[in-house]
Design a binder for this molecule. Structure first.
Ligand SMILES: [Zn+2]
Length: 266
């Protein structure tokens, strides 16, 4: 069984999060997409709370996460309040949540960002203050990458390439915590349900024949639907994966996998 990771993507839609030198909601999403791609390349099944700019209330995130029942959950945010550096909140009781926080902090430091450290925050009842940590059943943490209201700190994540580095750092820390081998972004150790991904013939372009086709986060019907695509649209396939009798094509866009039986090559 592939390991499962839930990524909460902070804010979105009518809630931009913290805004000054960066718009938090957008940076959170880019970091999360890079984290997802790296995890998926290493055979981890990933569910994100959102994959585009849309409203994404915390209560929904929590319900979605608990229904997915991941091995760990990471909420991706950026900070405000005039500090400097990364910080990460974990479950006050420690355990896997704290280990995950430590492993991610190590990777964040390795990309050159300083850390304000591992933190916990309690409410007046002595439980974890943050709902993402208090109400999610899996070991969970909240990452705060940079301060969007500190010009120098925000500059560490003001390009997509830099935001991707944070996402990859988070993914590396997650892989270590899960005991999954880190084969890099082009890793070939796919989920055990996959009979090997091949690049034979790829890349090539297909046109969608079905009226509507689900793009799934991995090569199989058991993976969650990421987005739907439509008849007549053309997509570039960069890899093929056999899963049972179905051949899945990996979209170049990074959106996920589609059943190639519903497409024709163009
Ligand atoms: Zn936030």
């Amino acid at each position: 069984m592939a390991k499962k990771v839930f990524l909460g993507v902070g804010h979105g839609g009518s809630d931009p999060g913290a805004v000054k030198y960066l718009k938090e909601a957008d940076v959170n999403l880019q970091m999360a997409l890079a984290c997802r791609d790296y995890l998926q390349a290493n055979g981890v099944e990933v569910k994100m709370s959102r994959t585009k700019d849309e409203n994404d209330p915390l209560t929904e995130e929590i319900a979605e996460c608990n229904a997915f029942n991941p091995d760990v959950a990471v909420d991706i945010h950026n900070n405000a309040g005039g500090g400097d550096g990364f910080e990460v909140y974990h479950y006050h009781g420690g355990g896997t949540s704290k280990t995950l926080a430590q492993n991610i902090e190590t990777q964040v430091k390795a990309i050159g960002q300083n850390s304000r450290g591992l933190k916990t925050r309690l409410n007046s009842a002595g439980n974890d203050y943050y709902g993402f940590i208090r109400s999610i059943k899996a070991p969970s943490i909240i990452c705060e990458g940079v301060f969007v209201d500190n010009a120098a700190d925000a500059a560490q994540a003001d390009t997509v390439a830099e935001q991707n580095k944070f996402g990859v750092a988070y993914a590396k820390g997650i892989l270590k915590t899960l005991g999954v081998a880190d084969g890099g972004s082009g890793a070939s150790n796919k989920p055990t349900s996959t009979q090997g991904e091949s690049t034979g013939g790829c890349p090539y372009v297909v046109r969608i024949k079905a009226d509507e086709l689900n793009v799934r986060t991995g090569p199989g019907m058991n993976y969650p639907i990421n987005v739907k695509i439509h008849k007549g649209e053309a997509y570039t396939i960069v890899a093929e994966s056999k899963n049972g009798s179905t051949t899945w094509g990996k979209l170049k866009s990074g959106a996920g996998y589609i059943g190639l039986g519903y497409t024709e090559r163009v």
